[in-house]
Write a protein that binds this ligand. Structure first.
Ligand code: ADP
Length: 384
């Protein structure tokens, strides 16, 4: 039996929930999940409620069989969660925090209100507001984001002020949006933060994204980030301040831009374990998933120290097909020391779908990078 006899309910049964359950099985923790029938958690959760993450009744059913609720995705029914929280159900992180994060406009305003450094922004909706806003920026190159329902770069676009001035049909979005200054980045970095009910707080070492310059996609995530110590401390301080200002309880990713002048700007927060923390499973004493479980069942926070440098790469579905697949090169890659393959139990591959990830550990980051490049060149998705 679970020593603390707490049943955890997760809204969403995707790979993040799956990795959380994998890490918690050794503590005898029971999980309940709410998601579609064939979700990655289907064989791991003790109770699986089949339903939509937006369905208030399904969320209530999950709440009824769980002592504490969490979510592994932002796109859930926040009103239902607010109601449940008011009725006394424990939800971590609080839906009040989720409400701010779900809306990129409220999130930016929260940064501004709390003196958290972020790029200049203006909230817009009508074409008149778009045009008026573009006059407020010095730069011509701006970024537009829909306030709600964006993910993995969907609902984000770069545009030029002149384009829409000359032709308002070129306004990227008709729904409420945020316009931001385009930040010319030296690096994109991320800091994972954990905070418990008592306000104990800690960060993991800073992670750096490596981009493919042609596809503009993240290829590798490196930990520790190759930034100087002062910048690293600054990034961690800003991340801590952000989560404290939110009064957030749980595990959070704070995504940051390091600009060419050495300034750190907060891009956005994720109120859950995050892709930029997957390496913590093998590379740190306590992973992001175990840390969230510890918070949920009221165990003390574990050490977030790095055991070894790590490089993480996502296994994304091939762009040229959808359907059943074989992962070629798995044997060869698995034979390399320090290579940890994670597969998410998704039966069908789709272009760019997150099918799994691989973490590579080594004594030095350079060695891990070399090995990761080799692994990337070996592994391919092939249609069955
Ligand atoms: P999502 O929530 O879909 O991940 P983000 O806000 O993280 O959207 O934006 C996706 C990517 O777009 C970022 O990782 C970054 O590469 C780029 N981006 C977003 N905002 C800006 C900005 N203000 N300046 C420069 N690049 C940006």
């Amino acid at each position: 039996m679970n020593p603390l006899r707490k049943k955890i309910g997760i809204i969403g049964g995707g790979q993040l929930g799956r990795m959380m359950i994998e890490e918690a099985l050794r503590l005898n923790i029971d999980f309940n999940v709410l998601d579609a029938a064939d979700c990655p958690c289907k064989d791991l959760a003790q109770n699986h409620i089949v339903g939509k993450l937006t369905d208030a009744d399904a969320i209530r059913k999950l709440a009824a069989i769980s002592d504490v609720l969490t979510y592994e995705i932002e796109h859930v029914n926040v009103e239902a969660l607010l109601q449940l929280e008011q009725e006394g159900k424990e939800i971590i992180p609080s839906p009040k925090v989720l409400q701010i994060i779900q809306d990129k406009g409220l999130q930016k305003q929260f940064f501004a209100d709390n003196n958290i450094p972020t790029s200049k922004f203006i909230l817009v909706e009508t074409p008149e507001q778009w045009l008026a806003a573009t006059n407020q920026f010095d730069n011509k190159k701006l970024v537009a984001k829909t306030r709600k329902d964006g993910y993995d770069g969907k609902g984000v676009t770069i545009f030029n002020v002149d384009e829409i001035k000359n032709d308002t049909t070129k306004i990227p979005f008709s729904q409420p949006s945020v316009i931001e200054d385009f930040v010319v980045c030296e690096k994109e970095i991320s800091v994972m933060v954990a905070r418990d009910r008592e306000g104990n707080i800690s960060t993991w070492p800073v992670v750096e994204m490596e981009f493919d310059p042609i596809a503009n996609l993240v290829t590798f995530l490196d930990c520790p980030s190759q930034i100087d110590t002062a910048t690293e401390k600054n990034a961690q301080q800003i991340a801590l301040k952000t989560i404290e200002a939110l009064n957030g309880i749980g595990v959070f990713a704070v995504e940051l831009f390091l600009d060419k002048k050495g300034n750190i700007l907060v891009n956005e927060i994720a109120p859950r374990p995050h892709n930029s923390g997957h390496h913590t499973i093998e590379a740190c004493y306590t992973s992001q998933f175990e840390q969230l479980v510890r918070i949920l069942i009221e165990l003390p926070l574990g050490s977030t120290a790095l055991i070894q440098p790590a490089v993480m790469m996502n296994l994304l579905g091939a762009t040229n097909f959808s359907g059943n697949y074989t992962l070629k090169g798995l044997e060869e890659a698995s034979a390399i020391e320090g290579v940890y393959v994670h597969l998410y139990g998704k039966r069908e591959s789709k272009p760019m779908r997150k099918m799994g990830h691989i973490t590579v550990l080594a004594k030095t980051l350079n060695e891990a990078k070399t090995k990761a490049k080799k692994v990337a060149s070996i592994i391919t998705f092939e249609k069955d």
